[in-house]
Design a protein around this ligand. Structure first.
Ligand SMILES: [Zn+2]
Length: 296
């Protein structure tokens, strides 16, 4: 079971990044890119999981590493431009937000998944900053409120003798666009890319609320086995105390749309994180009574 879900596509999924396991988060995007192929194992399951090698997670530092392929990320098309990659079929793309529907991209309760794109598609947080914590990249930006909570969590981990590292944070629409495009190029089609990377406008990393963490020594960075490291275990147990949830838990890809990503955390505020922890609810969709989003 573990292996099965291993590969996931962080919503943020950055193809490039992910890729290889051991790829140091710092590795250059380009470098990564090359590895990507490895990662993306065609055999990968629908969620990108399943690949024999769990390591290839898509999310992978994605955030961190910009696009593997150094293509100039086409400036995000205007929000309206909708997702170029979107299948003709459709996606609820331009549906205007409505109160209480968890669609306000500036709210901590926004829910982004394969059935719930950001509105506008090229949304960008008004303010971002790099948390004052150990990072694997100098480009791990988060919303200020989230950055503060991350600092609090990392300090608490440190007090417990656990050294966490921030691997990636905010990813812009343009970055995700380039990342996704590089995966499409590698797979040859969107279907393959969708198993490991979120389409631009559908990545939780674009909200500034999500981030990926690692262990200071780089063990299992962006790989499912991170869950077995001291850092991964500490975070899984304590993240809720700081307002975070493990967004893509193992075994819930049919609901979240992505395979397990033991390193991807999402800020939801303590009210929600602690309520979910107390109730034993594993996914944000279930907690909020939203439909499952197994696919686009
Ligand atoms: Zn992530």
């Amino acid at each position: 079971m573990l292996l099965v879900l291993a590969l996931s596509a962080c919503s943020g999924a950055d193809p490039a990044a992910t890729v290889s396991t051991a790829v140091a988060p710092s590795s250059s995007p380009a470098a990564t890119g090359s590895t990507a192929s490895a990662t993306s194992d065609p055999s990968a399951g629908p969620d990108g999981s399943a690949g024999p090698d769990p390591s290839p997670t898509a999310d992978a530092g994605a955030g961190t590493l910009p696009a593997p392929v150094q293509r100039e990320p086409a400036p995000a098309t205007s929000g309206a431009a909708a997702d170029p990659t979107a299948s003709p079929t459709t996606s609820p793309t331009a549906t205007p937000p409505a109160a209480g529907t968890y669609t306000d991209p500036t709210a901590v309760d926004v829910v982004v998944n394969k059935r719930r794109p950001l509105v506008p598609l090229d949304f960008a947080p008004a303010e971002l900053r790099q948390p004052d914590v150990a990072t694997a990249t100098d480009n791990a930006l988060l919303r200020p409120d989230v950055a503060a909570a991350v600092e609090e969590m990392f300090a608490a981990a440190g007090n417990d003798g656990v050294a966490l590292t921030l691997v990636s944070g905010y990813r812009s629409f343009a970055t995700q666009e380039a990342t996704y495009a590089s995966w499409v190029a590698q797979y040859g089609d969107a279907a393959g890319a969708d198993t490991v990377s979120a389409r631009p406008g559908y990545s939780e990393h674009q909200t500034g609320l999500a981030f990926d963490i690692g262990q200071a020594d780089g063990a299992c960075t962006l790989v499912l086995c991170f869950r077995d490291t001291p850092a991964g275990q500490w975070a899984a147990t304590r993240a809720a105390d700081f307002g975070f949830i493990l967004r893509y838990p193992l075994g819930f890809h049919e609901i979240t749309g992505f395979s397990a990503e033991s390193w991807h955390f999402r800020y939801v505020g303590k009210d929600v994180s602690l309520a979910m922890k107390a109730a034993g609810t594993q996914t944000l969709e279930e907690h909020l009574g939203l439909p499952a989003a197994p696919s686009y």
